[in-house]
Design a protein around this ligand. Structure first.
Ligand code: SAH
Length: 235
């Protein structure tokens, strides 16, 4: 929910921020200028979110039917509202959204939310910033919160970058193979295998081996096994 937005460009950019994070419901409380070509331009591929935005004259109307409203503010207000950062707010919002409607309420560009508006909400959330300037552009603030909501909701991994971790058994079979290979090649003293194997386990543990990588390593060991056997035969 955007309250009293003065620049239509920010409304468009907020629509885009929502759509990029898989969100769609934008409520505009008494915007100064809307609809507006500037909003459409800044929405870019999120024209649908903008077109479906609900416009209402008061915050009370916007909040009707919600079970949790979180006010976003760059400033601490000295109000008696529980405060939390944007990440914690997103977690809370995602949990609460399983039971009811949740609103995230953003203020006017120039002055933010009034105390009256803020007190209609049950929580106050801030985006942590550098110490010398804490006021984000409105649409930038919407983007950060939308991102946190997306992550809190369990954003799916990027298609095509699925991590196919090797199973414990596959990794153990690799270590056993490696140990045999190192003993046969004379590198590892079979009476004292522990220390070196521990170091190698640590090394491969850090790498978080994928299944295909274990297969490659096993292939290399098998080739070396064959090489060693041929060498022994030819001696
Ligand atoms: N000068 C205003 C800032 C307005 S920025 C003020 O001091 O409050 C417009 C809106 O963006 C704010 O009302 C708030 O909803 C959001 N916003 C900007 N920076 C933020 C921050 N650091 N944390 C939380 N919300 C922020």
């Amino acid at each position: 929910m955007l309250v009293g937005t003065t620049h239509p460009g920010n409304i468009g950019a907020a629509a885009r921020a929502l759509k990029t994070m898989g969100l769609a419901r934008l409520v505009l409380v008494a915007p100064r200028t809307f609809p507006d070509p500037e909003a459409e331009a800044r929405a870019s591929g999120a024209a649908d979110v903008l077109a479906e935005a609900r416009v209402v004259p008061t915050l009370d109307q916007a909040l009707a039917g919600t079970t949790l409203a979180i006010a976003l503010s760059a400033r601490r207000r000295g109000l008696s509202l529980p405060e939390l950062d944007a990440r914690a707010a997103a977690d809370l919002a995602v949990t609460e959204a399983q039971h009811g409607e949740v609103a995230l309420v953003f203020g006017t560009e120039s002055v933010g939310l009034s105390n009256d508006e803020t007190l209609k909400c049950q929580r106050l959330a801030w985006i942590p910033t550098g110490a010398s300037y804490s006021s984000l552009n409105l649409a930038a603030a919407v983007q950060v919160v939308a991102y946190e909501l997306h992550m809190a909701a369990g954003a799916p991994p990027r298609p095509g970058t699925g991590f196919d971790a090797a199973s414990l058994e596959e990794v153990e079979a690799f270590f056993a193979h490696l140990e045999r290979n190192l003993v046969v090649s004379g590198f590892l003293d079979p009476a004292q295998p522990k220390r070196l194997m521990e170091r190698l386990r640590r090394l491969f543990g850090r790498a978080r081996l994928e299944r295909e990588e274990v297969n490659i390593l096993r292939g290399i060991l098998t080739a070396w096994d064959g090489f060693g056997a041929r060498k022994r035969r030819s001696r």
